[in-house]
Each structure stands twice: as structure tokens, then as C-alpha cells.
Design a protein around this ligand. Structure first.
Ligand SMILES: N[C@@H](CCC(=O)N[C@@H](CS)C(=O)NCC(=O)O)C(=O)O
Length: 125
């Protein structure tokens, strides 16, 4: 039985998609690209994800993986070498990934936006 291709539904400017594209490169994984719209609606993708709105989404056959942490786990399971995680410190690596992907990312985004001239001009103090 042939192995279904790994398909990433993504758009170029998405930093979370870039994380997965980098992992494909690091692990030398062959993948196929489906470019999706940056904004809704995404009528072809929604039926696959059951309404999950974020980017990227990975598809392998009939299996759909939403959220880059979930995607990373599956890629690590299928392609363990080279590992993305320092051996013996996997827990701290997953924990810090959770921190960088959520509060750190959100707060950095907020700071970047609030310090941009366009934001400063349009936002009353
Ligand atoms: N926790 C998600 C975050 C993904 C995410 O926020 N992606 C951005 C694009 S880079 C997005 O879809 N933003 C639109 C939204 O949050 O509705 C992951 O790790 O995949």
C-alpha cells in the first residue's frame, strides 16, 4: 500500500506555517503544498477541518492535523531522525514551545503592532 503524500495547507506569510516548512527542511521530508487564502472564507478547507480557522493545517490521506504542536508531534513520530527535541529534555522543549507559541508570540505581536507608526497614528492615547 502506498503512503499518502504529506500536504500542508498554508500561506506564504504565515509564521506558524514557516515553522512547519522549516521542520520539513530539517527532517528532509517530501511534502506537497496547498496555498490557501490568508483570510476567510476557505470553502475547500473548512469541510476538512470541521471549522478550524487557523493556519497551517497538515493532511496525510484522510487524517487532518490542526495546530503546529499537533503537526510537530506527528512529524516527530513518523520521522524521528533527526529529532527536534534534545534527548532527555523533551518535556522542557514541549513546555517552552507552548510558551513561545502562545503568550510570547501574542505579546510580541501586540508590541510590534503598537510600536508601528501606522498604529500609533490611528490609535488615540
Ligand atoms: N496555535 C496555532 C496558532 C496558529 C495561528 O495562529 N496561525 C495564524 C496564522 S500564522 C492564524 O491562523 N491566525 C488567524 C486566527 O487566529 O484566526 C498553531 O500553533 O498552529
Amino acid at each position: 500500500m502506498s503512503v499518502p503524500p504529506i500536504i500542508l495547507h498554508h500561506f506564504d506569510q504565515s509564521p506558524f506555517s514557516e515553522k512547519i516548512r522549516l521542520i520539513f527542511g530539517l527532517k528532509n521530508i517530501a511534502w506537497t503544498s496547498v496555498r490557501i487564502s490568508r483570510i476567510m472564507p476557505r470553502p475547500d478547507l473548512m469541510p476538512l477541518t470541521g471549522g478550524y480557522r487557523r493556519t497551517p493545517v497538515m493532511q496525510i490521506g484522510a487524517d487532518i492535523y490542526c495546530d503546529t504542536q499537533c503537526i510537530m508531534r506527528e512529524l516527530e513520530r513518523r520521522f524521528p531522525e533527526p529529532s527536534l527535541l534534545p534527548r532527555g529534555y523533551e518535556g522542557i522543549a514541549w513546555g517552552s514551545a507552548m510558551w513561545t507559541d502562545r503568550p510570547f508570540f501574542q505579546n510580541t505581536l501586540a508590541c510590534t503592532k503598537s510600536s508601528s507608526p501606522a498604529f500609533a497614528m490611528s490609535t488615540p492615547i
